[in-house]
Design a protein. Structure first.
Lengths: 281, 268
């Protein structure tokens, strides 16, 4: 068994609300995330997925239990220093940007880590290239569209080269083209060994890009497995207010005709059906 | 701090809630002026207690008062600590290297903290029991142009929103590597990323708000009608006259007879 990048061990947490009995936002949650995994965390509003995400980089500290990233306990390190181990991209890119050019924005994080000179320039050039921001490097982030601002925030976070990355609803407000660009970049980051954690409602994205789906309900993990398997559990999907993607449902419906189990993407369905039809001929 | 903690107004139907907003404003202002001139510890403490009694009697939740105390506690502690550094009247009670703390200086620090607290809660008395619409209607009836009234409503409405945004941005900037630690001068400089992002956010919000207002017909008609208006009732006049008379008496005693000018004795 390889070493986990993120280890969440029996974590419970309640938001302090004056005059109300403690309501557990996280109730005895345990999970391990390995290097190179692309994991989606889903669940209805208030299920605890944002609370869990905020525990991963230490924005919230567990009431009981521990969270470690690369062996470092989040309770022993400030959030700012954790950023070198685990990046966190917020829903609203404007909340993470503050410098006059995209290039400076990307430079800021690594320069905090002590990078300078050619090493810093190379790091920034790589990030500009990878996140398709070369053309707008000297532009003011505020003058860019929402999609490019989000890519800038992502590039700024990733320029610190953290081993893990958390993204809160990364595709909200993005069109199909930018969504594909973003998800392809995330996939290649995972392939290089980064652990990617997505908080999302979009099951189509999960089906196409995630290899693992964690479903939260009332502060507990109620499912943790391959998206294809979980999509077949209708009770689970219903209780978590999630809808399996259309492709997965079509594939399930075509099972009696010989379409194999576990297909979740439209490309997969098309290929399976074509294969069946070809075999008949 | 949650955003709702900064929303002062608590709906209710008490006599204080029903009092004309203009009367409440004048009474709170007059009380503020009176307290402003005092350094007398018992008087300031009494004023503070009185405000709390009135608020609690009007059904204002004690929890909110506790939250308000928590919010200003840091400021109050700072006043008590910093004041004696500049006020060296009285006898030295503590010497830390070049720093001398005197008994009078320390007590005056406490008095100033009490005064700020009292004025703060007078503000809660006014704004905490007045619906925003009545509040602005009050200003407009006093001659404030409607547009300014609207701007004021929006400003008040957005204080908690911006506080929430500030908290989120603080998290967001730390998540990308902003390290907030060290003594406060260092911290102040570290705040720059938060400040810039908060400003950009506020500008975007205001731009959107302007469009929302226009698309909802703001400024479309020249002659305005009013859905909820306020009228001075007999009881409002009585409270107003009583407040003015009492304030006049206290100000006269304070300015010409030395009421509240000594730390402990009622009259200087």
């Amino acid at each position: 068994m390889s070493a986990a990048r993120i280890e969440v061990d029996h974590v419970s947490f309640a938001y302090p609300v004056a005059g109300q009995p403690d309501h557990l936002a996280l109730n005895d949650v345990s999970l391990r995330i390995l290097p190179g995994e692309l994991v989606a965390i889903a669940g209805r509003n208030g299920s605890g997925k944002s609370t869990l995400a905020r525990h991963l980089n230490g924005l919230l500290k567990p009431d009981s239990g521990t969270v470690t990233v690369d062996g470092v306990d989040t309770r022993n390190e400030s959030v700012g220093r954790m950023a070198a181990r685990i990046g966190y991209v917020f829903q609203n890119p404007d909340h993470q940007l503050f410098l006059p050019t995209v290039r400076k924005e990307i430079e800021w994080g690594p320069s905090r880590l002590g990078l300078a000179g050619t090493a810093l320039d190379n790091r920034v050039d790589d990030a500009l290239e990878r996140f398709a921001l070369v053309g707008v490097a000297e532009r003011h982030p505020a003058s860019l569209g929402r999609g490019l601002r989000r890519l800038t925030a992502l590039a700024a976070v990733m320029a610190m080269d953290p081993g893990a990355l958390v993204l809160d609803e990364p595709t909200g407000g993005l069109d199909l083209r930018l969504t594909t660009t973003l998800m392809t970049i995330l996939q290649s980051l995972a392939a290089e060994g980064h652990s990617i954690i997505l908080i999302t409602h979009e099951m189509r994205l999960v089906a196409e890009y995630a290899e693992r789906l964690i479903v939260l309900s009332h502060g507990r993990i109620v499912a943790d497995g391959q998206p294809g398997d979980l999509f077949e559990d209708h009770e689970l999907m219903k209780s978590a207010s999630l809808a399996a993607p259309v492709a997965a449902r079509i594939a399930q419906g075509l099972e009696p005709y010989g379409v194999p189990r576990g297909i979740t993407t439209s490309d997969g369905v098309v290929a399976a059906v074509a294969d069946l039809l070809a075999r008949e001929r | 701090m949650t955003a709702s903690a900064l929303e002062f107004y608590v709906p209710g139907a008490s006599w204080l809630h029903r009092l004309d907003p203009r009367v409440k404003l004048f009474a709170a202002l007059l009380a503020g002026v009176v307290t402003f001139f005092w350094v007398n510890l018992p008087l300031l403490a009494l004023a503070l207690v009185l405000v709390h009694v009135v608020l609690l009697a009007a059904g204002y939740p004690g929890e909110r008062l506790a939250t308000a105390w928590r919010t200003i506690s840091l400021l109050l502690i700072l006043i008590v600590i910093v004041w004696p550094l500049f006020d060296h009247t009285g006898d030295v009670i503590l010497r830390l290297g070049p720093v001398e703390i005197t008994d009078n200086g320390l007590l005056r620090g406490v008095a100033n903290a009490l005064r700020i607290a009292a004025i703060n809660f007078l503000f809660v008395l006014w704004i905490g029991t007045t619906d925003a619409r009545d509040l602005i209607r009050g200003f407009v009836r006093l001659g404030l142009p409607f547009r300014w009234g609207m701007a004021l409503t929006i400003a008040l409405r957005f204080i908690p929103t911006y506080a929430g945004t500030w908290a989120t941005i603080t998290d967001a900037q730390q998540a990308r590597g902003l390290v907030l630690e060290g003594w406060w001068m260092k911290r102040a400089r570290q705040m720059l990323p938060i400040l810039v992002a908060a400003l950009v956010s506020a500008l975007r919000t205001s731009e959107q708000l302007a469009m929302t207002l226009e698309s909802r017909g703001f400024g479309a008609t020249r002659t305005r009608t009013v859905l909820r208006d306020i009228e001075m009732r007999a009881v409002d006049w009585i409270v107003l006259i009583t407040a003015v008379a009492l304030a006049a008496l206290l100000i006269w005693q304070t300015l010409f007879r030395g009421l509240g000018q000594a730390l402990f004795a009622l009259y200087a």
